[in-house]
Design a protein around this ligand. Structure first.
Ligand code: AMP
Length: 439
């Protein structure tokens, strides 16, 4: 089940993966670099026996892509084995780490998650639950966690609720016994036919054991900061995130984009896959026909080796192929979810023109990305973000479009029904909700 869940969540991280299972009070682990499908053989899965497990797919925002940073991280505490899987980025981890090192702590890796293990090991409270609450209360930033001990499965969402985390139930087909499932996105529940129950609320700690589910609450923060980029790009469109279907959000983003940035054209085409739902919304709202004018090769993994220059540079063409049969002599609106450095849009526009398009109008279903994310999405530094220093006209010229339009911040909030003080849109509006990085 955990393996299948990770499979459904592969888009959240491709660098490393791992599973820890619990059998007879002991942990069994397997971790590796790369994709879920390449790391778990049938015999590995047989070895990971037991009735409870946690798993993780990693995409590094803190710490290098090394096996020591692959998760779940494991440790041995006074109660026995402990494993932890973390989504998000703890913004004061470096500070805590330095303090702990001065006090004599030895760190294995370079990631932010390991500080949780040390805080847990050092806290003097008698009961594990109290040590957990004390430790997590010291953290700032984003942490959706699953923790496995020798007896319990624990799920935690940070008090600002940056990253999603949902709860479901599943019935054993033979015994009819009910079991609990926790995952970052509901698409994992769909695959294993688990029934979505509810989101784990910001600041909630759920402690699940053979007696059922107990709840605890971390001290509240002044605002919520659910990541709006989960709806723009990160989550799978078939997931329900923060109580709202992602596909539905993306279509709304496209519809509002069509209202805010209209243009006369013959076709709307998406950049697959990230722009598909928004392009459908743009097409529906504008009445301009939708076509899959660019076809994506789905087999281009991270391991693709660019042939040396003796052959030629294929670049984005390996992955995306615009069809001249569709584009020849047409005025085309190209829709994508975001522009980061601007290089992808530039290449796509060049290819769409080479395939015969007469005019190319770029439309982006999010506002300009002007700041890096400190809460778990991998964005480059501010200097590398084209919209942090260039005007709309300069970006249009760089990407080579006839016109360029971005969604407004208010359009974005409207599309995902975001209430002020509930969402983080710092990458678009510069309002970082934590003290560290905040204004
Ligand atoms: P760029 O060429 O740097 O402008 O990248 C833009 C492309 O990257 C768009 O097609 C986006 O769908 C995609 N993208 C946006 N944010 C991310 C992210 N955090 N990780 C990976 N790809 C992204």
């Amino acid at each position: 089940m955990t393996y299948l869940g990770l499979f459904a969540l592969q888009h959240r991280g491709q660098e490393s993966c791992g599973i820890v299972s619990l059998k007879d009070g002991e942990h069994i682990h397997h971790k590796g670099l790369g994709l879920v499908a390449d790391n778990f053989t049938e015999s590995e899965l047989d070895r990971l026996s037991g009735k409870t497990a946690i798993g993780h797919v990693r995409y590094s925002t803190t710490g290098a892509n090394l096996l020591t940073n692959a998760q779940p991280l494991t440790a041995s505490l006074k109660e026995g084995p402990l494993a932890i899987a973390h989504n998000g980025n703890i913004v004061n981890a470096a500070e805590i780490r330095e303090r702990l090192k001065k006090e004599g702590a030895i760190f294995q890796g370079t990631n932010d998650t390991e500080v949780i293990l040390h805080l847990l090991a050092r806290d003097r409270a008698e009961r594990f639950e109290d040590r957990l609450t004390n430790s997590l209360s010291q953290l700032e930033g984003a942490f959706s966690l699953t923790i496995l001990t020798s007896k319990k499965l624990i799920a935690v969402r940070d008090p600002m609720g940056f990253r999603p985390l949902s709860l479901a139930t599943i019935k054993d087909p033979k015994s009819g016994e009910k079991a609990w499932v926790v995952a970052s996105e509901t698409c994992a529940f769909d695959l294993i036919e688990a029934k979505f129950e509810r989101d784990i609320l910001p600041g909630q700690i759920l402690i699940i054991d053979k007696d059922g589910v107990k709840e605890r609450q971390l001290p509240a923060k002044s605002q919520l900061a659910q990541c709006i980029f989960e709806h723009v790009y990160f989550s799978r469109p078939d997931s329900v995130v923060f109580g709202r279907g992602v596909y539905h959000s993306r279509k709304s983003l496209g519809k509002i984009l069509a209202q805010e940035c209209p243009v006369k054209a013959d076709l709307v085409i998406p950049v697959p896959d990230s722009g598909v739902a928004a392009a459908l919304g743009y097409s529906e709202e504008s009445g301009i026909p939708f076509e899959m004018g660019i076809i994506r090769n789905h087999y281009v993994g991270r391991t693709f080796i660019e042939p040396r220059s003796q052959i030629r540079s294929f670049g984005v063409k390996v992955k995306l192929n615009p069809m001249s049969a569709i584009l020849e002599n047409k005025r085309v609106v190209v829709v994508d979810d975001s522009i980061v450095r601007g290089t992808t849009s530039k290449k796509i526009i060049r290819l769409v023109r080479a395939a015969g398009a007469k005019e190319v109008h770029m439309r982006i279903a999010a506002p300009p990305t002007t700041g890096p994310c400190h809460y778990g999405v991998d964005t480059p530094t501010k200097e590398e973000l084209i919209a942090s220093s260039q005007s709309l006209e300069q970006i249009r010229e760089f990407v080579g479009a006839d016109s360029l339009g971005y969604l407004s911040v208010s359009g974005l909030q409207k599309a995902v029904s975001a209430k002020p003080n509930e969402f983080c849109a710092a990458c678009f509006d510069g309002k970082y909700p934590t003290e560290l990085f905040g204004h």
